[in-house]
Every structure is written in C-alpha cells, then in structure tokens.
Ligand binder design. Structure first.
Ligand SMILES: Nc1nc2c(ncn2[C@@H]2O[C@H](COP(=O)(O)OP(=O)(O)OP(=O)(O)O)[C@@H](O)[C@H]2O)c(=O)[nH]1
Ligand SMILES: [Mg+2]
Length: 280
C-alpha cells in the first residue's frame, strides 16, 4: 500500500466551497509539462481547482507542483510515496476531492494530450444532464494527432473488443479526459476497484453504465505527448486485456445462466412470454 504525506499548499482545505469543480491530474515525471498544462487549464477554465497527485516523481515534479500551489490558491497537491499506477493515483485524488465536497470531479493527463481548451465542451455536456462525460477520440469529430497507424489500431481494436465483450455502447472506454458528477463517484462503489493502469478507465465506465447512469461522449482532438516519456507499457496493456476479458465473460455467463433458468422454468410451466435480456 502506498503511503501518503497528505495535501500541501497555502490553504487549509481544498477550497471546495468556492470552486465546485476540481480536475485531478496524476503525475509521474512530468516536470517538463506540469506548469505549462496547469496554467493552460486555469486560463481555459478559471473556475476550476486543480489537484495534482504525484507519486514521488524522481524528476522533481512534486516539488514543482508544490511551488505552483504556493503561488496559485486553486492548485493543491497530494504526494504519494511510490509509483503505484494511474488507477491508484486517481482513487486517492477522488477520495480527497469527495471529502472536500466538490460537485464535479475531472480527470486529465499532465502530458498535453488532453487540451484544457476543450474542457468547456465536456462541462456543457455535464450541465445538459450527463453523469459521466468522456472526451472521446474514436467518435465522429474526434481525432488523434501524431500516433503511428499501429498505436491507433491498438487503441481502436482494444475499444472495439471492450465494447463488444462488455456489451456497453461507449466508443472510447479507455479515454482519460473525463468529468464525473460527484454523485456518480459516490454511487459507483470505488472501494473494490483494483485496476491499476488505463484499464481503470474501462472499470469506471463499466460501473457507471451498470449503475444505470448516463454516459455522454464528446469528441476531442488528442495530441501525442511532445515532452517527457509515456508510462504505457506491455504490463498496462496486458492488465487491460485480462480484466476486460474477465468482466465480459462474467457478464456473458450471468446472462447465459439467466436464459437457461428461464428455459427450464418455461419447460416446467408451459409456454410463457420470454422476458430475459438474453445474449446481446
Ligand atoms: N501519480 C501517477 N501518475 C501516473 C502514473 N502513471 C502515469 N501517470 C500520469 O498519468 C498521465 C497519463 O500517463 P501517460 O504516460 O501519458 O500514459 P498514457 O497516456 O497511457 O500513454 P501515452 O499515450 O503514450 O502518453 C500522465 O499525466 C502521467 O504522468 C502513476 O503510476 N502515478
Ligand atoms: Mg499520455
């Protein structure tokens, strides 16, 4: 379990009463990007607060975040002692955000892939009634700039696999530019989330859909990072494939059991109108 050293900054709390929205920004070795991206975010959406969750970056990102927080009251920092993956960092950030009473809790990478200038469009979708808004690459109007055809194929294929296997109508399940209503995060149970890498995004999407909440995708332009190094690796991709397959098969076998028990009931009681959801 990763230790924490709590929040830092020049205010006693996260300012949840003043700013109703907070963007959680996880960082690991983003010294070249952090200041640039946080300043853009605060310019694009002045009413938001920012919560940086740093996993003890060896390149000094945590200290840079503290310096930002010292001069900008909208910025707060959570320091964790070791790199424990994106999912764990977000769970920690969400818990802090909910504790401080924010109404809207967002996710955004610190590497420039997600453009803060596009955030107002996600905010509009939330105001229109969504419970979770996903900034999506793989829908009409969405795009990815500077990815190799192989990387694109991997992401499109992974999303297609997840959509079909999980049977949910979301096109960019792995995307990490998002806004949650705080009520959404309180409704879906975050206590048993085990996903570590970007599979975390799929996990939360699935929980939101299964809770009967409204997920809306808004097209974004995703830019490949220009500075710093990607943390995506084989282990992250494998975790995703393994967990999505397990969730999908569990759901399918539940449906199959439902169909079979209905079949045996109707065999015993004669013809009845079929009501089960069946295999999608
Ligand atoms: N706190 C924390 N942040 C992380 C960790 N892994 C990645 N991040 C941050 O999460 C965001 C997304 O990570 P990236 O390295 O860009 O990974 P990615 O977006 O899946 O991969 P690319 O598309 O290749 O950039 C960045 O802001 C990272 O600094 C981690 O273990 N802990
Ligand atoms: Mg990235």
């Amino acid at each position: 379990m990763t230790g924490t050293t709590g929040t830092t900054g020049d205010r006693g709390d996260l300012g949840g009463r003043a700013g109703r929205m907070v963007m959680v920004v996880p960082t690991y070795n983003e010294a070249e990007n952090l200041e640039w991206i946080v300043e853009r975010l605060l310019r694009a959406v002045p009413e938001t607060d920012v919560l940086v969750v740093d996993d003890g970056s060896p390149d000094g990102t945590g200290a840079l975040a503290d310096a930002l927080a010292a001069r900008e009251p909208r910025v707060r920092v959570v320091h964790r002692t070791e790199k424990a993956g994106l999912g764990a960092a977000y769970l920690h950030g969400f818990a802090v955000a909910l504790e401080h009473g924010y109404d809207v809790v967002g996710e955004m990478d610190a590497d420039g892939s997600h453009q803060p200038e596009q955030l107002p469009r996600l905010m509009a979708a939330l105001s229109d009634g969504a419970d979770l808004v996903i900034g999506a690459r793989w829908i009409k109007g969405g795009s990815v700039v500077n990815w190799s055809p192989f990387r694109k194929a991997l992401s499109v294929g992974g999303n297609l696999y997840a959509r079909v296997l999980l049977g949910i109508p979301v096109h960019d399940i792995t995307a990490g530019f998002r806004l949650f209503r705080a009520t959404t995060l309180r409704t879906i149970d975050l206590n048993d989330v085990e996903s570590v890498g970007y599979c975390f995004q799929t996990d939360l999407t699935l929980r939101t859909v299964r809770a009967g909440l409204r997920v809306v995708e808004v097209p974004i332009e995703f830019l490949e990072r220009e500075r710093g190094e990607s943390k995506m690796n084989g282990a992250v991709a494998t975790e995703s494939l393994r967990r999505i397959t397990r969730w999908g098969l569990e759901e399918r076998s539940k449906q199959l059991r439902g169909v079979l028990s209905q079949e045996s009931r109707s065999a015993r009681t004669g013809p009845v109108e079929r009501q089960g959801r069946g295999l999608r």
